[in-house]
Design a protein around this ligand. Structure first.
Ligand code: PLP
Length: 368
């Protein structure tokens, strides 16, 4: 199988797999008092430190931020959204469903438009937020979009939001492990991340929040994670999350260059060979691995099936909502016609892909 759907989930880093084996069968409950429990606690706290380093908090500033483990990026996003439901919330039209779905039944959730290139419309954002009341405000704009890979102008978003005393959250699930994210440089109040997008395992995410803000838990129980998120921690998966963070720091440049090379080659050959292909967000900053390809009059669903039959896995729109084949809400927000959206496939390469896999994909794509 040539797997080109790494934005949906990526392969576990080979070094993490090796480490995992040593803890696999240990009964590690980080809240237990005995030695196994202490070992579990140590593993969880080490992972927290590694994640702190990954997002630029470093050991010196760890007191200013709390890293709370959750069961997914989705849960981290829900945790922050639920904490601001009594205020006014501003989200972009292209957020992941774990943020976007809040527009239903909440008339205090406002949608910020995006431009044709997939970036947030900053003028529209300022117009919206400046009109609003004295209530608490939360702005939630993703760092990079999962379908297009387009990187959002987060710095500008923060500047405008702070002018109107709003709190700022960014869903960094797709950005983490692909581009640098430094909380010393970005004055974000909250970010959400997830392990399975950059070499860790599924079923673990985190909300990183400035400690000066008090958040209300959404899951009650044994008081784990300083009472913000009850439920026994998945120690092994948290360990893998921390290792993924550490490995990213060691391999960041190499990974970026590798994915960028594969993605650029893929796009260059497609654009050379097919006059009717467009790459979404081609002219703006994108993640190094993501290509959303519109190929007019070539139905995405048929291409996906044909590619799958030939051993190639790519995605139609967002795999997070897989199963449902409908035109992408993201492309619609960008003003892409329904006919073009119907032809769009997302190719997201990963560090494990090789140049010869890209060559083979291009051959197969040409054939089908
Ligand atoms: N946010 C973005 C931008 C995503 O792409 C995804 C998943 O694809 C999520 C949130 C949800 O993360 P998780 O799969 O950990 O729930």
């Amino acid at each position: 199988m040539i797997y080109l759907d790494h934005n949906a989930t990526t392969t576990i880093h080979p070094l993490i797999k090796e480490e995992w084996l040593q803890y696999e069968s240990m009964p590690l409950n980080a809240s237990s008092v005995h030695s196994y429990g202490q070992r579990g606690r140590y593993i969880v706290e080490e992972a927290r430190k590694r994640l702190a380093n990954l997002v630029g908090i470093g050991r010196n500033n760890m007191r200013d931020y709390a890293i709370t483990f959750t069961a997914s990026g989705t849960e981290a996003n829900n945790l922050i959204m639920n904490n601001f439901l009594d205020g006014e919330i501003f989200i972009s039209e292209i957020e992941h469903p774990s943020i976007f779905e809040y527009i239903h039944n909440h008339d205090n959730v406002h949608l910020i438009k995006v431009c044709a290139d997939g970036r947030l419309d900053l003028d529209h954002f300022e117009k919206l937020i400046s009109q609003n009341t004295t209530k608490r405000k939360l702005v939630s704009v993703m760092m990079a979009n999962n379908e297009t890979g387009v990187i959002q102008p987060i710095n500008e978003v923060i500047k405008i939001a702070k002018k109107y005393d709003a709190f700022v959250h960014s869903d960094a699930v797709q950005a983490i492990g692909k581009i640098k994210l430094d909380l010393q440089e970005l004055d974000l109040d909250f970010i959400s991340i997830s392990a399975h997008k950059f070499g860790g395992m599924q079923g673990v995410g985190a909300l990183i929040a400035k400690t000066k803000y008090h958040l209300v838990p959404q899951i009650l129980g044994g008081g784990q994670e300083k009472s913000l998120r009850s439920g026994t921690e998945h120690v092994q998966a948290i360990h893998a999350f921390g290792k993924a963070a550490e490995l990213y720091e060691q391999e960041a440049k190499e990974r970026y260059e590798h994915m960028n090379l594969l993605r650029n080659k893929l796009e260059a050959v497609l654009l050379d060979n097919f006059k009717d292909i467009k790459i979404v967000g081609f002219d703006v900053d994108r993640l190094p691995n993501t290509s959303l390809i519109i190929h007019q009059n070539h139905d995405a669903k048929s291409k996906l099936i044909a590619l799958d039959l030939r051993g190639v896995a790519v995605s139609y729109g967002s795999a997070c909502s897989s199963g449902k084949v409908e035109n992408s809400r993201i492309l619609k927000a960008m003003g892409v016609s329904d006919a073009d959206a119907k032809s769009a496939i997302r190719i997201s390469v990963g560090t494990s892909n090789t140049e010869s896999e890209i060559d083979r994909f291009l051959e197969i794509y040409g054939e089908i």
